[in-house]
Design a binder for this molecule. Structure first.
Ligand code: PMP
Length: 402
């Protein structure tokens, strides 16, 4: 009798389940709108030219494979911080940002969760937007914290419920953490305007809420890395102490390399040293030190002026493809299919994902009758749409929403 005999079969991951079903479908017109990774206009994964060039430069250096420090590659960390906070950030100039390299954004959230649990306490409520990327809830729960939703998405307008958001954060217990998607909110594609970010900042300050920014799409959302960082920089420049999870999965296409950072903006350089010492104590018993390869690639792309220029062009190219697919999809629905519904939210929303407003029943019909795959909450990955399938997708959406 095995000691594991009583372990129950866990439910499959909803998104990975979609990929499985898609693979099994042999229909020639099938479309996968569940994927959370960029695809080119032929539906193929993309490795950026700047990344290939960086890999070549690195390989020619014949570097060793020694362990890197517990908190990661110093050059990568400093370049990553400059990208997020800005070259002229006073927090960086004053050397008061504690940073560690992490296993992409998920790893950053997990180290962040462990840091919160240890230094703010187990009872800390972490407010997350309703809805949010599903893994946020799992990560914080597994860190022993209490995630709770603040109002975010307004089903009636397919936009932001700013009044509900401000109300929930102003009635939250002081000392709670609020997870904020810095740009390109996943899964809704709905971001606050800059004016609304100022309101959110005021509520956080007034009610002593600690902002935890998740920036997984810097540059990938608007095509401009500075524009996509403006929410984060607004908070940091106002002097509040924030935490940040940063990922290079999407904007550098380094998904499987697992490259990211977790950082905490401190009040002084001396405080930063103490926080950093605790990062090391947290990380050492989990994985000792992070992998070196992806961080070398990102450091090369960020620090080599020629590669950096190329990267900014390529990241804008990815954003532009997504933005143009939004316009095309909306145009086909409204002008060619003559849908009586409004599809304005498709172009109002930003980033990889779009909350279509399509009902779960209609999602099932899309799969069964049209071989189009998406999550039952009506979220589509814009990266799955191409100039070749956009008309078919629009016609199918129209059929199930008539
Ligand atoms: N946060 C958000 C909002 C995301 O959408 C993602 C990726 N789907 C992540 C974090 C983390 O991704 P990764 O661990 O691949 O960087």
């Amino acid at each position: 009798n095995s000691i594991w005999a009583n372990i129950k079969m866990g439910p499959p991951d909803p998104i990975l389940g979609i990929n499985e079903a898609f693979k099994k479908d042999s229909h020639p017109l099938k479309v996968n709108l569940g994927v959370g990774a960029f695809r080119d206009d032929n539906g193929k994964p993309k490795v950026l030219d700047c990344v290939r060039k960086a890999e070549k430069i690195i390989s020619e250096k014949n570097l060793d494979k020694e362990y890197i420090p517990i908190v990661g590659l110093p050059q990568f960390n400093s370049e990553a911080l400059k990208l997020a906070y800005g070259e002229n950030s006073s927090a960086l100039k004053e050397d008061r940002v504690a940073v560690t390299q992490t296993l992409s954004g998920t790893g950053a959230l997990r180290i962040g969760g462990a840091f919160i649990e240890r230094f703010l306490g187990k009872d800390t409520t972490v407010y997350v937007p309703g809805p949010t990327w599903g893994n946020h809830i799992s990560v914080f729960k597994d860190c022993g914290l209490q995630p709770k939703e603040y109002r975010y998405y307004d089903k009636k307008t397919n936009g932001l419920d700013i009044a509900g958001l401000l109300e929930d954060l102003s009635s939250a217990k002081p000392g709670s953490v609020a997870l904020l998607h810095g740009c390109a909110h996943n899964p809704t594609g709905v971001d606050p305007t800059f004016e609304q970010w100022k309101q959110i900042l005021e509520v956080c300050k007034k009610n002593s809420i600690i902002p935890f920014f998740d920036v997984a799409y810097q540059g990938f959302a608007s095509g401009d890395t500075n524009f996509d960082a403006q929410s984060l920089r607004l908070f940091v420049d106002s002097g509040v102490s924030i935490m940040l999870s940063q990922s290079f999965a999407k904007n550098m296409g380094l998904y499987g390399e697992r490259v990211g950072t977790f950082s905490v903006v401190c009040a002084s350089s001396e405080e930063k040293d103490r926080v950093l010492s605790q990062f090391k104590i947290l990380i050492r018993p989990i994985y000792s030190s992070p992998p070196v390869n992806g961080a070398r690639i990102a450091a090369e792309v960020l620090s080599n002026p020629e590669l950096n220029k190329l990267w900014l062009t390529e990241v804008k190219g990815m954003a532009d493809r997504i933005i143009s697919m939004r316009s095309l999809l909306r145009k086909h629905l409204e002008e060619d299919c003559k849908s009586s519904l409004s599809w304005k939210h498709i172009t109002d929303q930003i980033g990889m994902f779009c909350f279509t407003g399509i009902s779960p029943e209609a999602v099932d019909r899309l799969k069964d009758e049209f071989h189009i795959y998406l999550t039952r909450n009506g979220r589509i990955s814009m990266a799955g749409i191409t100039t070749k399938n956009v008309r078919y997708v629009a016609e199918s959406f129209h059929e199930v929403t008539k």
